[in-house]
Design a protein around this ligand. Structure first.
Ligand SMILES: *Cc1c(COP(=O)(O)O)cnc(C)c1O
Length: 218
């Protein structure tokens, strides 16, 4: 047993059983993914299409790939055939493109809306109002090949009380969407704050460095 496997198991042991771990393998070597795969883990997250595709080609096909980075619309066509979940959808245009490509491949692609929390202009994501607007739009309702099943968010502050406030905000929105639309995924929490995210009802935590160690430049 070594570092990565130990880290993974020690985190898994400490969190409730119903919470999924997404192993964020961006900028990590393929051999690291293989090691977690060998011990039965299947969910991996990447933030660049190109990198995901290279890894997808070389690795077993029952891996569930999650896109967590900014959507590059012109490259969506490369991942739609196999993607398991897109966490970072931010507008109607992207949803339309995903739907259109997914139709070609006869798939229903599951997506999360990335919600902006905190007030920083630079933060990516959409507001809760914008998310309702999308979910209520006729345009979305008639789409058959894309399905929004929840939301994703990233805390913007390092400070614990701020992180708490932001996760409470996401949790409240998630509960409303769950009641109204049957959403069932709240993708919330990273290495630095997953212990807080779990307190506020996260269903998927996205862990990179806490499992794999520091990211290397590939
Ligand atoms: C990189 C990344 C993570 C993982 O970050 P760590 O701090 O390494 O756990 C989680 N979510 C998103 C959206 C990321 O880009």
């Amino acid at each position: 047993m070594n570092y990565i496997e130990n880290k993974f198991f020690s985190i898994k042991k400490l969190i409730p059983k119903n919470i999924e771990i997404l192993a964020v393998s961006k900028s990590q070597d393929i051999s690291y993914i293989e090691r977690l795969y060998k011990i039965g883990h299947r969910d991996f997250g990447e933030n660049y299409v190109q990198e995901m595709i290279e890894k997808y080609k070389k690795l077993p096909k029952d891996i569930r790939w999650h896109m967590i980075g900014r959507i590059q619309s012109n490259k969506l066509k490369y991942i739609i055939p196999f993607i398991h979940l897109i966490h970072s959808v931010q507008n109607m245009k992207q949803i339309e493109i995903i739907n259109k490509i997914a139709l070609k491949y006869n798939r229903i692609v599951h997506c999360l809306l990335q919600i902006k929390i905190g007030n920083e202009e630079s933060k990516s994501g959409i507001t809760s109002q914008e998310s309702y607007k999308i979910l209520e739009s006729e345009n979305y309702k008639i789409m058959k090949n894309v399905k929004i099943i929840g939301i994703m968010g990233m805390a913007s502050f390092q400070e614990e009380t701020e992180i708490n406030n932001e996760f409470v905000y996401l949790c409240k929105l998630y509960r409303k969407l769950k009641n109204k639309y049957g959403h069932y995924i709240l993708s919330m929490g990273m290495s630095r704050d997953y212990h807080i995210a779990i307190k506020y009802g996260s269903t998927i935590i996205r862990l990179g460095t806490s499992i794999f160690g520091d990211r290397i430049k590939l």
